[in-house]
Write a protein that binds this ligand. Structure first.
Ligand SMILES: NC(=O)c1ccc[n+]([C@@H]2O[C@H](COP(=O)([O-])OP(=O)(O)OC[C@H]3O[C@@H](n4cnc5c(N)ncnc54)[C@H](OP(=O)(O)O)[C@@H]3O)[C@@H](O)[C@H]2O)c1
Length: 255
């Protein structure tokens, strides 16, 4: 663990003080999976006025508590899914670096490392990207057409839709389940990928960190940001934590 453990104030369901590990204990997301695809939770951070990044990075709107929940969520899932834009901008590396987290994963019956799932049309991801340069990484690329990444140290495989602009995410998630045994997915965005996942009804829960700051709209993006959604997606609050005025909400998506 890089940073001292932060205590969070749990407001919902039952009030109490918890660490990130305790807050997420017993999550058992795979048990909630429908028959045909993995259970998918989206984890995002935004300022109180809805900015999903400042100067194209999430670090300025994150915090130690946010980072601990972010990393601890990774210790609960079969796969971490992310759009290529976020992989590039945030320079993704090895998904679970902390040996204790890897041990907790194994104790839960999971592989030591989650599968990294990258969604990309253009495959503009270079082999020096820390995630791809790490021989511990197991990566599945969801793409359309038959392009490949350049040779890299990570173990990379592909699930391909028919050639075209959009990856059929519904079909791809079903294949992640049948071909890779993935029953739980943590999606870490970004805003572009979220805009494909939400209208397709593929998101089951949203973990949203609400940072106590205002960033203004210039150059910022919201957590769902490529095209307007045809209609608002309703959310039901099922959990709420607080630390340093930052709120950590867990929402179930209403169908
Ligand atoms: N606030 C947060 O919690 C949060 C989380 C994540 C990211 N971010 C921020 O968001 C920014 C990145 O945003 P972004 O919207 O560019 O990232 P993104 O959604 O991660 O990536 C967009 C890219 O993903 C691929 N993609 C997405 N949907 C696809 C589909 N249906 N079919 C095929 N490919 C698809 C495309 O890849 P190709 O370009 O390779 O074709 C697309 O250009 C960064 O500034 C990052 O810091 C914020």
């Amino acid at each position: 663990m890089d940073e001292p453990l932060v205590m969070l104030r749990r407001l919902l369901p039952e009030p109490g003080g918890v660490t990130a590990v305790e807050a997420l204990d017993g999550l058992a997301l795979a048990d909630l999976a429908p028959g045909h695809r993995p259970y998918l939770v989206l984890n995002m951070v935004a300022t109180a006025d809805g900015a999903a990044a400042v100067a194209h990075r999430t670090a300025p709107i994150s915090s130690p508590a946010d980072r601990q929940l972010f990393h601890e969520l990774r210790a609960h899932v079969d796969a971490v899914m992310v759009g290529a834009g976020t992989v590039r901008t945030e320079r993704y590396g090895r998904l679970v670096r902390d040996p204790q987290r890897r041990e907790r994963r194994v104790a839960r019956g999971l592989a030591p490392e989650p599968l990294a799932v990258i969604v990309s049309r253009r495959l503009m991801l270079t082999p020096d990207l820390p995630l791809l340069a790490d021989p511990h990484s197991r990566v599945v690329v969801l793409t359309a057409g038959d392009a490949k990444l350049a040779e890299c140290a990570a173990d990379v495989s592909y699930l391909r839709s028919a050639p075209g602009e959009e990856v059929d995410l519904s079909a791809m998630l079903a294949r992640l389940r049948t071909e890779h045994g993935v029953r739980s997915v943590l999606c870490e965005g970004g805003p572009n990928l979220n805009t494909s996942l939400l209208p397709a009804g593929l998101v089951d829960e949203l973990f949203l960190s609400i940072t106590p700051a205002l960033a203004g709209s210039a150059g910022s993006r919201s957590i769902v940001d490529r095209a307007p959604l045809a209609e608002p997606v309703g959310l039901e609050l099922v959990g709420l934590l607080e630390s340093g005025s930052q709120l950590f909400a867990r929402y179930a998506l209403q169908r």
